[in-house]
Design a protein around this ligand. Structure first.
Ligand code: DC
Length: 218
């Protein structure tokens, strides 16, 4: 762990409740919430803007090399600007949902973003959510939760949010890729949010993290 800062790693499939849990922990305990998926989405958004085929790995890598990626924090949450632009709501567009798994399967993309993700720990305690936080980004942290939920519950959550997102297909690609596939990290506690409300799910997560030795709300 970097300079004594604490990292909580939250991983899981799409719409499992990772962001909600990470945001709640961030707000309650004053940790910085880092949404690593937003970084992969932002790069994907830029690739689409440039008219590059997300499956054209060489072109994606070339464009990535020229991108100015700026990560920050606003209201305890990570932000990302690319070439001075904030993609905003575009991050959750159907076009990005469709292309993000292909772009995030490229090792060079992951290398660049993992470095930026680790950088947050240099100056703050963080709760970071994604697919490879407990396995690759912070494998040494003792505080890891793998969040899951029934496939139908997860699909329904996207529909309720008004998003068009082929959750099952994204999960298939994110779990099947060669580099940093989604899997349960060694030492991670599993939290199934299907039958939980936000309140009970967060309470259970706090219980699990305390069991892992985390002193929250000191
Ligand atoms: O968490 P999310 O659904 O917003 O993530 C969008 C995509 O980004 C996800 O389908 C795969 C990729 N991703 C990743 O490869 N590694 C991460 N740590 C986070 C997200």
């Amino acid at each position: 762990m970097s300079k004594g800062h604490v990292a909580i790693a939250i991983d899981g499939p799409a719409a499992s409740g990772k962001s909600t849990l990470a945001r709640e922990l961030s707000q309650r305990f004053g940790l910085i919430m880092v949404n690593s998926g937003a970084m992969y989405r932002a790069v994907t958004w830029k690739i689409i803007q440039l008219g590059i085929d997300p499956a054209d790995e060489a072109s994606v890598i070339e464009a990535l090399g020229k991108m100015d990626l700026h990560c920050g924090v606003e209201n305890l949450e990570s932000t990302i600007r690319i070439d001075g632009q904030d993609p905003g709501e575009e991050l959750r567009s159907e076009a990005v949902n469709l292309a993000v798994s292909a772009v995030s399967a490229i090792p060079e993309v992951r290398r660049r973003l993992v470095e930026l993700q680790r950088g947050y720990l240099d100056f703050a305690d963080v709760v970071m959510e994604g697919r490879d936080i407990g396995t690759v980004v912070f494998p040494d942290t003792p505080f890891k939760i793998y969040v899951d939920a029934d496939a139908t519950v997860r699909e329904e959550r996207r529909v309720v949010a008004g998003e068009i997102d082929a959750v099952a297909e994204r999960d298939r690609q994110d779990s099947g890729r060669a580099t940093a596939p989604l899997r349960i990290a060694d030492g991670a506690a599993i939290l199934d949010t299907s039958g939980h409300t936000i309140e009970t799910g967060v309470a259970e997560a706090i219980r699990l993290l305390r069991e892992q030795g985390l002193e929250l709300g000191k």
